[in-house]
Design a protein around this ligand. Structure first.
Ligand code: FMN
Length: 328
């Protein structure tokens, strides 16, 4: 439908719903299923820097007794590394050939790492854009915030210089000066920001005395942090904002657009409710646009952004006040 068209990272999208990087996009068939369900784009399940190292270590362990020399280890390291990357690139290439919607490749990295050497190969296999999911867990007592932020900036700058593709940064909200770092990414020239990533959080199994994954999927009430920051930032940046986390239904999709999102990414709601939820969300959006006589996004996108409000302090409030009058 023409009136749902939007652009994100310079890509033409038929609507504002992208399926985020997850098991929903880990194979060609799964990505096709997303396209058939109405998704406007897919972000391929990430290639993980951690996994590259892990696979190499496993290969070396399995070859114990055969690899006598450190040169052998280096060789296996390289073979495993290349094998993993080549397979990922093959998947991206297949997807770009078989799908009519844009395909965004995704790198999940922990440091400058070896990924920087193959970042330019994504363009060769036809990826429409690149999403960089980069996160430093700030658990090192010896590193201060300035040092950590400098590393973020160095990584984003390298990715920007190396890749000719449209580039988005998928980030968390764990920054002391979030608006400032976001502005720095904008100045470096990234094309988009995905606000926000949802992180793996370990929990404890109190019977087995080991750690386990806590709840992996988001809930419908997990969206307010994303909404607040989308509204606070959207109208002040050159790059696009793609809102993500906790967008489970059409109403929340509308809220993100009002706050200024160019597009949204969803995963958990599809995993919980099935692929049909994409169409349901779009139907809710169209009905709402009809009710308010909005012909297209120009009529309402960013209408509720911080910059556009007469009283923007509504988005700045951080503490509950007495005046909320909540009775318990
Ligand atoms: C099982 C699972 C696997 C995921 N794998 C990735 C991944 O490989 N790379 C990535 O950038 N994000 C990954 N994510 C995060 C999602 O892309 C998304 O940012 C997050 O789930 C928040 O969106 P949601 O609330 O719609 O689920 C994963 C999420 C889930 C639930």
């Amino acid at each position: 439908m023409e009136r749902l068209r939007t652009t994100y990272l310079g890509l033409e999208l038929k609507n504002p719903i992208i399926v985020g990087s997850s098991p929903l996009t880990s194979s060609l068939d799964k990505m096709k299923k997303c396209e058939d369900a109405g998704a406007a784009a897919v972000v391929v399940k990430s290639i993980f820097e951690e996994q590259i190292g892990h696979d190499a270590a496993k290969m070396i362990k399995e070859s114990e007794g055969f690899v006598m020399h450190t040169d052998g280890e280096d060789f296996l390291n390289q073979v495993s590394h290349n094998y993993y990357i080549d397979n990922y690139l093959k998947l991206v290439e297949q997807a770009t050939k078989e799908l009519d919607i844009p395909v965004i490749a995704s790198i999940n990295c922990l440091s400058m790492g070896s990924w920087i050497d193959y970042v330019d190969r994504f363009g060769d296999v036809g990826a429409d854009a690149l999403e960089l999911n980069y996160y430093i867990l700030p658990s090192d007592f010896k590193r201060n915030g300035v040092e950590i932020e400098s590393e973020y900036l160095a990584v984003v700058k390298s990715a920007r210089e190396k890749s000719k593709l449209p580039l988005s940064i998928k980030m968390g909200d764990h920054f002391t000066a979030l608006a400032n770092i976001v502005k720095e990414f904008d100045v470096i020239g990234v094309d988009g920001l995905v606000l926000f990533n949802r992180f793996y959080q370990p929990d404890i199994d109190i019977e087995k005395f080991n750690t386990k994954a806590s709840v992996v999927l988001s809930n419908p009430d997990d969206y307010p942090t994303t909404l607040q920051w989308t509204a606070l930032l959207s109208a002040y940046l050159n790059c696009d904002i793609c809102s993500s986390t906790g967008i489970h239904d059409g109403k929340t999709l509308i809220k993100m657009l009002l706050a200024g999102s160019k597009a949204t990414q969803i995963c958990s709601t599809i995993m919980k409710n099935g692929h049909g939820v994409i169409n349901e969300m779009l139907t809710t959006l169209v009905e709402w646009m009809d009710r308010h006589q909005f012909n297209d996004f120009v009529d309402f996108r960013g209408k509720m952004a911080h910059k556009r409000l007469d009283d923007p302090t509504q988005w700045e409030r951080a503490q509950y006040m007495k005046s909320l009058n909540v009775e318990f």
